[in-house]
Write a protein that binds this ligand. Structure first.
Ligand SMILES: Nc1ncnc2c1ncn2[C@@H]1O[C@H](COP(=O)(O)OP(=O)(O)OP(=O)(O)O)[C@@H](O)[C@H]1O
Ligand SMILES: [Mg+2]
Length: 348
């Protein structure tokens, strides 16, 4: 668990220390205070992004360097960042270390943020990122395998363009087809584990939400025959080589797959209310934490930014109940909810 957080020159903080509770930590204040900033500093230690991609924005605008430190059960994890030299140092107990060591030694975090509520409505890349993120957090080698696969696709597409421009021949593509198939098989090995987990557990959403509907199904959407991966990709690539050359793009494989949730055989987005869709996303995140815990033996910590503005009281209680044994950080706007049943409110 995260015992404490120390911030120096991080965004609008000059110096600030927080002590946390082992269960629920409610960060409640008005708009534009620094609620999300606190969560973002925690996410940064856990090498995750809450909102910001450019780390230099995280340094207080009047300062040149920032320092963030959390203490968990036995160690101190810190990041120092110098805006002038653009150098970032990771430290464990004030000794320089690597991103890999951070990841190995820290717990896992599950992030809920308002933007996640669009996951089902936006492009498949959001849903693929959701899947890839869970797998990277569950299996140490997945991130590398996925990066490698994306590189292969980039190289294959580059070669397709060269063939189109007359600088290479169709024969040259065979090497990249072989690499694509080999690496796609590795990715599907992991994606199948997650798919089977979702298929087996998706019914919990129905039970927990007491949905009136008959069935809820998780469906992985792919052009690949998952019972015959090599053959189906190979046949597709051979059949579509001329089209691929014209648009120098590869149209089969894990990089274009998607998933769909169906309620009573209808795709969720066409059928469910906005509220039902949000609920499904919340429960997918809970399944995410269960999957990660199962495969890593690590605890998950929940980071919930402003989510309660999106959900009603009953579901708020359901959600809090479901994650009652986890350390949780929750931001909320002070006027929004009746907080009588919340304890451990962090006083800003
Ligand atoms: N680099 C920076 N230097 C100084 N202040 C900053 C910096 N970056 C952001 N801020 C300030 O941080 C504040 C925003 O904090 P944050 O996003 O945590 O607010 P919030 O409490 O989550 O608000 P809301 O309820 O609207 O989500 C803003 O007032 C902004 O001016
Ligand atoms: Mg906020």
């Amino acid at each position: 668990m995260i015992k404490s957080l120390k911030l120096k020159n991080f965004r609008n903080f000059e110096t600030k220390d927080f002590i946390f509770d082992e269960e629920k930590n409610f960060i409640i204040w008005d708009n534009w205070v620094w609620k999300t900033n606190i969560l973002e500093s925690i996410c940064l230690i856990y090498q995750k992004n809450l909102i910001n991609k450019d780390i230099s924005n995280l340094v207080n605008k009047n300062e040149n360097y920032a320092f963030i430190e959390i203490e968990n059960d036995n160690q101190k994890f810190s990041i120092s960042y110098d805006k002038n030299t653009n150098t970032k140092n990771l430290l464990i107990n004030w000794k320089k270390t690597t991103k890999k060591k951070f990841e190995e030694m820290l717990e896992k975090i599950i992030i809920f943020k308002p933007m996640d509520m669009n996951m089902m409505y936006l492009s498949p890349s959001y849903r693929r990122d959701f899947i890839d993120d869970i797998l990277s957090n569950s299996f140490p080698s997945y991130e590398r395998i996925n990066k490698n696969y994306k590189n292969i696709i980039r190289n294959r597409n580059k070669l397709l363009k060269s063939i189109k421009d007359g600088k290479a021949t169709k024969n040259d593509i065979k090497f990249w087809d072989g690499e694509l198939i080999k690496n796609a098989c590795l990715i599907y090995e992991y994606r199948n584990k997650l798919n089977n987990f979702f298929i087996d557990n998706i019914n919990i959403i129905k039970e927990l939400l007491t949905l009136k509907n008959d069935s809820i199904i998780y469906k992985y959407v792919t052009k690949v025959d998952l019972n015959s991966i090599e053959l189906s990709i190979s046949n597709y690539l051979t059949k579509n080589i001329d089209r691929d050359i014209i648009i120098w793009n590869t149209h089969i494989g894990p990089h274009i797959d998607d998933f769909e949730i169906q309620i009573d055989s209808f795709p969720l987005v066409n059928y469910a209310s906005r509220w039902e869709t949000k609920s499904v996303i919340i429960w997918l995140k809970i399944l995410e934490s269960r999957f990660i815990e199962k495969h890593t033996n690590k605890k998950t910590i929940f980071i919930i930014d402003d989510l309660f503005s999106e959900i009603d009281k009953n579901h708020e209680i359901l959600l809090l109940n479901e994650i009652k044994d986890k350390q949780t950080f929750i931001t909320s706007i002070s006027s929004q909810n009746d907080h009588r049943f919340w304890d451990n409110i962090i006083n800003l």
